[in-house]
Design a protein around this ligand. Structure first.
Ligand code: N7H
Length: 476
C-alpha cells in the first residue's frame, strides 16, 4: 500500500483551501537552509493528515456547521535549480538533458509550450513574456493553504520563521508571493470565466476508495514517483534513487485570464441553433469551447441545454467518453478544452491509453471579480486568473505533452472521414492563427478565430519530495 505519512498532502487528497499562498523563494545559504529544513519538515502536511482534515470538515458540516474551521497546511517543492543549489544530485528526476524538469519552465516555455516571447527578445535564447520575478532563478515554492487569509498569513509567518526570513541569518529570499482565493458566493468553485472547475481528476489506485463513473483510475505511479506506472516512454520502470520515491512533479503556471474580453467574444459570436435566443447562443458557444456548461454539466451528455442537476451529481457529471461522437463534433467540438485535455474514447477506442497523460489538478483563482469599469469598457484592467498547478510523475509525459501535443496541436484529437481540422484548444492552445472548427453544430467545418483569453505570465517545474526525503536527505 501507499505510505500516506510519507507523501505530501497536496498531491493526494489536496489540501482544503479557501485561500492559498504561493511563496516562491531562492535559497541564499544552502547549508543553513538544509539545517532549517530538518526543523521545518514536521510542519509539512501529509496525505494522511489531509484525510483527517477532510473528515473534520465533513463532520462539522454534518453537524450543521459551514465547515469553515480554522485549518492550514504547508507543502514544499523544489526546482532543478533548487536541488543544484542544495548540492543534491537529482539526476534520477530527469530522463535526459532535454527533460523539461531539468530545462526549467523558463526555457521549456519558449522551446516547447508556445509561450509568447518578450517583444524585445534577442534571436538567441529568447525569454518568455513573463512577469520579471519569474525570469529569476526560482529554487522552491511553499504552498500555504487555509480556510481564511488570516490563518494562511499566520502560517506563512511561521514558515518564514524556520528560515529566519527578515534576519541577517536568513537562508532564503522571497522571489514572489501570490495570493490565491476561491471566488465569492455562488461563484465558489467556479474559475473566472464562470465555469465550475475541479470536477475531473483521476482516481489513484491505493488511495481513492472509489472511482466514480467516467472518472478513470490511474496506477499510483502515474502521479507518484517510484510506483507502478512511473515509466519512461518505452514502458520501462524509471529507476529512482530511494530519496526520490513517493514524490511528485508539480507543474505551476501563472495564467492570466481576460474575462471581459472572453465575455465580449461570446456576446459577439452567438451560435444560431434551433430556437436559441442570442443570449442562449452565447452560452452555448462558451459551453462548446470548454466542453461543459458553466454549471459543470458535460455537453457530451446534454449538448444543447444546461442541466444543473446533472452537473451536481458526481455519479453522472463525469460519466461520458465521446464514444458515439468519435468522428463527430455535433455534440462536442474535437478541440473543446476538456476533449483536448482528456480525449477519452477518441484515443481509447484506438487502443491508445489516456492513463499515462493524466494529471491531478490543484489550482486556485487569483485576483478580484470583474469590476463595473471593466464590464463597461470590455477590457481587463485588473490582474486575475488561475494559479494552475498539477501533479504527475513526469512533466514530459503529463503537463508538457498535454500542452504541446494536444492543446497546441491543431490536428489533435485524431479523426477519420471529417474534412475539418480540430484546431487549437480555445482557452489554452498557443500558436499563430488561433482558431478551431466544430463550434457551430450545424456547420462543423466552420472555423472561428479567437484572440488570446489566457496569457501565461510565469511558471516553474518543481518536485514535491517525500517527508522522509525532506528529513533525511535534503535536510542535513
Ligand atoms: Fe483546464 N476553464 O475554466 O475553462 N479546465 N483550464 N487546464 N483542464 C477544466 O473537468 C480552465 C488548463 C485540464 O478530465 C474544466 O474539472 C481554464 C491547463 C484537464 O475531462 C474547466 C484554464 C491544463 C481537465 C477548465 C485551464 C488544463 C481540465 C472543466 C486556464 C493543462 C480535466 C472542469 C486559465 C495543460 C479534463 C473539470 C477531463 C478541466 C478551465 C487551464 C487541463 C472549466 C480557465 C493549462 C486535464
Amino acid at each position: 500500500g501507499l505510505d500516506l505519512n510519507n507523501i505530501q498532502g497536496d498531491i493526494l487528497g489536496g489540501m482544503p483551501k479557501k485561500t492559498e499562498l504561493y511563496y516562491f523563494f531562492q535559497i541564499t545559504n544552502a547549508s543553513d537552509f538544509r539545517k532549517h529544513l530538518i526543523k521545518f519538515a514536521p510542519l509539512v502536511k501529509t496525505a494522511a493528515q489531509v484525510l483527517q482534515d477532510r473528515k473534520k470538515i465533513n463532520d462539522s458540516k454534518k453537524h450543521g456547521g459551514h465547515g469553515l474551521i480554522p485549518m492550514s497546511g504547508v507543502n514544499v517543492s523544489f526546482s532543478h535549480l533548487g536541488f543544484q543549489k542544495m548540492g543534491i544530485d537529482d539526476s534520477t528526476l530527469s530522463l535526459d538533458d532535454s527533460d523539461p524538469f531539468k530545462l526549467g519552465q523558463r526555457v521549456d516555455a519558449v522551446q516547447n509550450l508556445g509561450d509568447p516571447t518578450k517583444p524585445s527578445a534577442p534571436e538567441v535564447d529568447p525569454l518568455p513574456n513573463w512577469e520579471p520575478e519569474f525570469l529569476n532563478d526560482i529554487h522552491g515554492i511553499f504552498l500555504v493553504a487555509a480556510e481564511s487569509f488570516a490563518t494562511a498569513q499566520k502560517k506563512l509567518k511561521e514558515v518564514e520563521g524556520f528560515f529566519h526570513v527578515g534576519k541577517p541569518e536568513a537562508s532564503i529570499n522571497k522571489v514572489k508571493l501570490i495570493v490565491g482565493n476561491v471566488r465569492p458566493g455562488k461563484e465558489h468553485a467556479h474559475e473566472h470565466f464562470g465555469f465550475l472547475d475541479g470536477i475531473s481528476n483521476p482516481a489513484v489506485a491505493g488511495f481513492d476508495p472509489v472511482t466514480l463513473p467516467g472518472q478513470g483510475q490511474v496506477r499510483p505511479g502515474i502521479i507518484l514517483t517510484g510506483h507502478p506506472g512511473d515509466e519512461d516512454g518505452n514502458g520501462n520502470p524509471i529507476q529512482r534513487e530511494s530519496w526520490a520515491v513517493d514524490g511528485s512533479f508539480l507543474a505551476f503556471r501563472y495564467l492570466f485570464q481576460k474575462v471581459p474580453e472572453f465575455n465580449e467574444y461570446l456576446k459577439q459570436n452567438p451560435l444560431n441553433f434551433g430556437d436559441l435566443t442570442p443570449e442562449e447562443g452565447s452560452e452555448l458557444l462558451g459551453a462548446r469551447m470548454v466542453g461543459r456548461w458553466k454549471s459543470g454539466a458535460p455537453i457530451d451528455i446534454t449538448p444543447f441545454k444546461d442541466d444543473p442537476e446533472l452537473a451536481k451529481d458526481p455519479q453522472r457529471n463525469n460519466n461520458f467518453k465521446f464514444e458515439d461522437q468519435l468522428n463527430s463534433q455535433f455534440k462536442c467540438p474535437f478541440a473543446a478544452h476538456i476533449r483536448k485535455t482528456n480525449p477519452r474514447d477518441d484515443l481509447e477506442s484506438r487502443n491508445i491509453s489516456v492513463e499515462p497523460r493524466r494529471i491531478i489538478r490543484r489550482g486556485i483563482q487569483f485576483g478580484p471579480e470583474v469590476t463595473d469599469e471593466e464590464k463597461e469598457c470590455k477590457q481587463t484592467k485588473e490582474e486575475r486568473g488561475l494559479l494552475f498547478a498539477c501533479y504527475q510523475s513526469s512533466i514530459r509525459r503529463g503537463f508538457q505533452f498535454m500542452q504541446q501535443s494536444w492543446a497546441n496541436a491543431t490536428n489533435f484529437p485524431p479523426f477519420e472521414q471529417q474534412p475539418e481540422v480540430p484546431g487549437f484548444d480555445p482557452l489554452i492552445g498557443q500558436g499563430a492563427d488561433r482558431k478551431m472548427s466544430g463550434l457551430d453544430p450545424n456547420q462543423p467545418t466552420r472555423e472561428l478565430s479567437f484572440p488570446d483569453f489566457v496569457v501565461p505570465r510565469g511558471g516553474e517545474y518543481f518536485f514535491a519530495p517525500s517527508i522522509k526525503a525532506l528529513k533525511e536527505t535534503l535536510g542535513a
